[in-house]
Design a protein around this ligand. Structure first.
Ligand code: SF4
Length: 429
C-alpha cells in the first residue's frame, strides 16, 4: 500500500504543501519528540504536540458536543503568536487547531502565515473553506485541513443538528482537493455511523475523491448533552481497531488512530504527556474533554514554565496512568472529580456545569480491553509508533488492581455482555 499512497500524494499534492509537511511535520516533529524524551529523563514534562481550541463558536450543533458553541470566546492573535513562539523555542513545530469551528476565527490565516516554520492540522467541518480560502492555504503550505464527516446525508444531518451538512462539507473538501492541499477526513465513529463509514467502500470513495488520510476517533459520551446510546460497545471498539490495522496495511490511504501503540496496547496521549489542550479562553487543560484548569496561557512565566511546573497536569498524568491504559474520564470519572477538587481547579466552561457533568457520568468501557490487543501489521506504522507514538514509559506503575479490573471486565465480554453498553451495566463496579 505504501508505494500506492506515496505516488498518490506526490501526484495530487502541491509541492509547497508536500515540502512543509515533510520538513515541518516529519523531520521537525520527530526531533520534537526526541527532545520530549530527553525532557522526560530529566523529569520535565512539556508536550511536543499541543492542541489549541482557538474559538468556541460553531455553525453546527452536533449531538454530544461539549464545546460552548453559542459563546463567542476566542484567543486573540497576539496571545496565539506568543504561545506558539514559546513552544517553538523548545523544539515544537506541530500544532492541532480546533474549535468550535476554527475557520470562524477571523485571524486563523494570519496565525498560519506568522509561523511558516510550523505545521498545523485544522480540525474543521469544512463549510468555510471556499475556493479562495483553499488557495490561500495552498500558498501558505503549512496546514492540512482535517475535515470531519459524521455520516452520509441523513446521518450527518441528525448527528450535526443542521440541514444539508454532508453536501456543504463535501464542497469544502472538494475545494481543498482542487487546491492540491494534503487533506484528511476525520470521523468520530458511533452507533449511527459505524456501518456507513467504517467500511472499505467508504475508504474507496475517499481515495477516488483524492483524500490522503483518514482519522478515526471513537465517540465519547461526555459534556452537557452526552449521548450514551451513541457510544460503541466493546466488541465494536475491537472492530474499529481491527479495521484500521487491516486497511492501513492494504489500502493506499493513511489511517490515523491515536489510542494504541505499535503492539496494539491502549494508551491515552494526554496521560503519556505527548499532548495537552488549550481551551478557547486560554485555559490549559489535561485534554479537550476535561474542562478544568489551574493555569492559563496568559501566565507571565510563559507557556513552557507554566506547563512544566503545573501540579494539576502532573497529577492528572500520574493518576490517569495508574488507573488505566484507557480513558480515565470514561472509566473513572470519580477520580477526575477528586483531582479537580483536590487542586481547586476552575471550571473552564461558559455554562459552568462541568463538575455536575462529571458527577452525572457512569463508568464505562474505553479503549483498554486487555487480551484484545491488535498489533500493527504494516512495518511503517509499527516503526513510527514504536519510536514516536508510544507510552514513553508512562504505564510502568500501572497498578495491579487496575489490570485485574480490566481483566475482569474482559471476562464479561461474552455475547450477552456485549449487548449492554456501559461498564456499570456489565456489572463491573
Ligand atoms: S483522558 Fe480520555 S479523552 Fe482525554 S486524551 Fe485520555 S483517553 Fe482521550
Amino acid at each position: 500500500m505504501l508505494p500506492g499512497l506515496a505516488s498518490r500524494i506526490l501526484r495530487t499534492t502541491h509541492k509547497r504543501c508536500l515540502w512543509k509537511f515533510a520538513w515541518n511535520f516529519g523531520v521537525k516533529g520527530m526531533l520534537s519528540v526526541e527532545k520530549f524524551k530527553r525532557r522526560i529523563k530529566r523529569g520535565e514534562y512539556f508536550p511536543p504536540f499541543l492542541y489549541l481550541s482557538i474559538i468556541n463558536s460553531c455553525n453546527l450543533r452536533c449531538q454530544g458536543c461539549w464545546v460552548d458553541v453559542e459563546e463567542k470566546d476566542d484567543i486573540d492573535l497576539d496571545t496565539l503568536n506568543r504561545t506558539i513562539t514559546d513552544a517553538k523555542r523548545h523544539g515544537n513545530a506541530f500544532f492541532g487547531i480546533l474549535g468550535g469551528e476554527p475557520f470562524m476565527h477571523p485571524e486563523l490565516l494570519d496565525l498560519l502565515a506568522a509561523h511558516p516554520d510550523c505545521y498545523f492540522q485544522l480540525f474543521t467541518n469544512g463549510q468555510f473553506i471556499t475556493e479562495k480560502v483553499a488557495t490561500r492555504l495552498r500558498d501558505l503550505g503549512n496546514a492540512t485541513p482535517l475535515v470531519s464527516i459524521e455520516g452520509r446525508e441523513i446521518t450527518s444531518d441528525a448527528r450535526r443538528g443542521k440541514k444539508d451538512v454532508f453536501n456543504k462539507t463535501m464542497r469544502g473538501l472538494e475545494h481543498c482537493l482542487r487546491a492540491r492541499l494534503l487533506t484528511g477526513v476525520a470521523t468520530s465513529i458511533c452507533q449511527s455511523n459505524i456501518d456507513e463509514l467504517l467500511t472499505e467502500q467508504w475508504l474507496q470513495e475517499l481515495i477516488h475523491r483524492g483524500v490522503h488520510y483518514v482519522w478515526y476517533h471513537t465517540y465519547r459520551p461526555v459534556g452537557p448533552k452526552m449521548n450514551p446510546q451513541l457510544a460503541l460497545r466493546p466488541d465494536q471498539l475491537v472492530r474499529v481497531r481491527k479495521f484500521v490495522v487491516e486497511k492501513r496495511a492494504r489500502m493506499p490511504i493513511a489511517i490515523i488512530d491515536a489510542y494504541y501503540d505499535h503492539d496494539g496496547q491502549a494508551l491515552c496521549p494526554m496521560a503519556t504527556g505527548i499532548s495537552h489542550h488549550i481551551s478557547p479562553r486560554g485555559d490549559i487543560e489535561p485534554c479537550p474533554i476535561i474542562q478544568f484548569a489551574t493555569e492559563t496561557i496568559r501566565d507571565p512565566r510563559g507557556l513552557y514554565a507554566t506547563m512544566r511546573d503545573s501540579a494539576f497536569l502532573r497529577d492528572f498524568r500520574e493518576l490517569s496512568a495508574k488507573a488505566t491504559r484507557g480513558c480515565v474520564v470514561l472509566e473513572r470519572p470519580d477520580l477526575i472529580k477528586e483531582l479537580v477538587i483536590r487542586h481547586g481547579a476552575r471550571d473552564t466552561t461558559a455554562r459552568g456545569t462541568a463538575l455536575a457533568e462529571i458527577e452525572a457520568m457512569r463508568p464505562r468501557f474505553s479503549q483498554w480491553l486487555p487480551g484484545e490487543e491488535v498489533p500493527e501489521r504494516h512495518w511503517m506504522y509499527r516503526l513510527t509508533k514504536k519510536y514516536w507514538f508510544c507510552d514513553f514509559g508512562a504505564y510502568r506503575n500501572v497498578a495491579h488492581d487496575a489490570e485485574a479490573k480490566a481483566l475482569e471486565l474482559k471476562s464479561k465480554l461474552d455475547p450477552a455482555a456485549q449487548k449492554v453498553d456501559t461498564f456499570a451495566a456489565a456489572g463491573v463496579s
